[in-house]
Design a protein around this ligand. Structure first.
Ligand code: SAH
Length: 223
């Protein structure tokens, strides 16, 4: 029987803190969420490996360090209302749920959304709502959000998401002209119509498919 708690603590120290993520809220949240419960059973032994893993239907659970780095980029203090696009298995949503007051997460693959919803409910993550649908147009009903994180790569920042960010809030998303690799970008809304943009690092995410993302066929723009 593996001692997942020891593996988890090691992951936090050796993969995350050692690479420069230092926000105590993020480190505590990563130390709390049982990643082995988010991967398919056949991958449980690799749940704390320093890489992304397949979760079926061509999708992945992100590398732990990238999850931590993206969440640190949101600059959370605790108690926020957050929008995530790309629920996948629900791992990053669960980590966000440790810090935020409320997380709304949108997944376009209905089967994954349903699985994540059941998993998060079974784990007692009560402040997370999983919505099935295209997240590129966001969730106007609950906007504006203190922070937005997109965990799939798009050709540009969806304007709808930018517009659903509170002034002073951050949006973190992989952006690039290719479907297979991107640059992680952090956008800060500094005024009603003012945004600043910083580059964080190179990343490889699955494509963001939708009205303000990639078209299914791989063409851009998304319509
Ligand atoms: N956040 C996950 C990683 C998800 S991988 C984690 O914590 O591990 C990216 C997910 O984005 C995939 O499940 C994919 O189906 C989903 N996705 C792609 N385009 C989308 C869109 N327009 N709206 C919502 N989800 C989308």
């Amino acid at each position: 029987m593996m001692d997942y708690q020891i593996l988890r603590q090691r992951m936090v120290e050796e993969q995350i803190r050692s690479r420069g993520v230092s926000d105590p809220l993020v480190l505590a949240a990563m130390a709390a969420i049982e990643r082995e419960k988010f991967v398919p059973p056949e991958y449980a032994a690799q749940a704390y490996a320093d890489c992304a893993l397949p979760i079926g239907l061509g999708q992945t659970i992100s590398q732990p360090y990238i999850v931590a780095y993206m969440i640190e980029g949101l600059g959370l203090k605790g108690g926020e209302s957050i929008l995530e696009i790309g629920t996948g298995c629900g791992y990053a949503a669960a980590v966000l749920g440790q810090i935020a007051q409320k997380v709304i997460t949108i997944e376009c693959v209905a089967e994954l959304a349903e699985e994540a919803r059941n998993r998060l409910m079974a784990l007692g993550c009560k402040n997370i709502e999983v919505i099935t649908g295209d997240g590129t147009t966001g969730n106007p009903e609950n906007a504006p959000f203190d922070a937005i994180v997109v965990t799939a790569g798009g050709p540009e920042i969806p304007p709808s998401l930018r517009d659903q960010l509170k002034i002073g809030g951050h949006l973190v998303m992989p952006v690039g002209g290719f479907q297979t690799f991107q640059e992680l970008v952090r956008v800060t809304r500094t005024g009603e119509d003012e945004f600043t943009r910083e580059l964080m690092c190179d990343v490889q995410f699955v494509p963001l498919i939708g009205a303000e993302g990639w078209h299914k066929s791989g063409r851009r723009p998304g319509r």
